[in-house]
Design a protein. Structure first.
Length: 145
């Protein structure tokens, strides 16, 4: 059976703020924000290049989870980060901080993926994102930690 990614779902506290971050930093576009049947919850689908899609959901009273380190995220069972490939890591890190996110780990060369450099950042609500750049195509498809 063939499998492909459809979207990542992210519960957020402030949908406009988080949408602006992902659109501004990663060049995604929004379908707009829509109110759900309960009359108060809202949803927005963001689309990036190469089929990347992020579904933002804002439900009043949702609980924030703010990871301050990669290990902090890994100590909580379940999804703790997602990874995005970027063309220019330094420019991306500058855009992250300019739009309210934080750099958690600076650029690091992947131990198991020659030619790959990565960093961990957070969006303005503390969700972890791994940003990756590769010097060559073959480095993009091998495993790494």
């Amino acid at each position: 059976m063939a499998t492909t990614n459809d979207h990542i779902g992210l519960s957020v506290g402030e949908i406009e703020r988080v949408s602006e971050f992902y659109c501004g930093v990663f060049g995604m576009t929004s379908t707009g924000t829509h109110t759900l049947a309960d009359g108060v919850s809202r949803i927005s689908l963001l689309a990036g290049t190469e089929g990347v899609r992020l579904e933002l959901t804002e439900i009043p009273g949702s609980l924030a989870r703010n990871h301050t380190s990669v290990y902090d995220g890994a100590r909580t069972q379940g999804w703790f980060h997602w990874a995005l490939r970027v063309d220019d890591l330094d420019t991306t890190l500058e855009a992250v901080t300019a739009r309210g996110g934080h750099v958690i780990t600076g650029p690091t060369h992947a131990q198991t993926r020659p030619g790959v450099t990565f960093a961990y950042v957070t969006d303005p609500e503390g969700n972890l994102i791994e940003v990756i750049t590769a010097q060559n195509k073959s480095a993009e498809t091998t495993d790494h930690l």
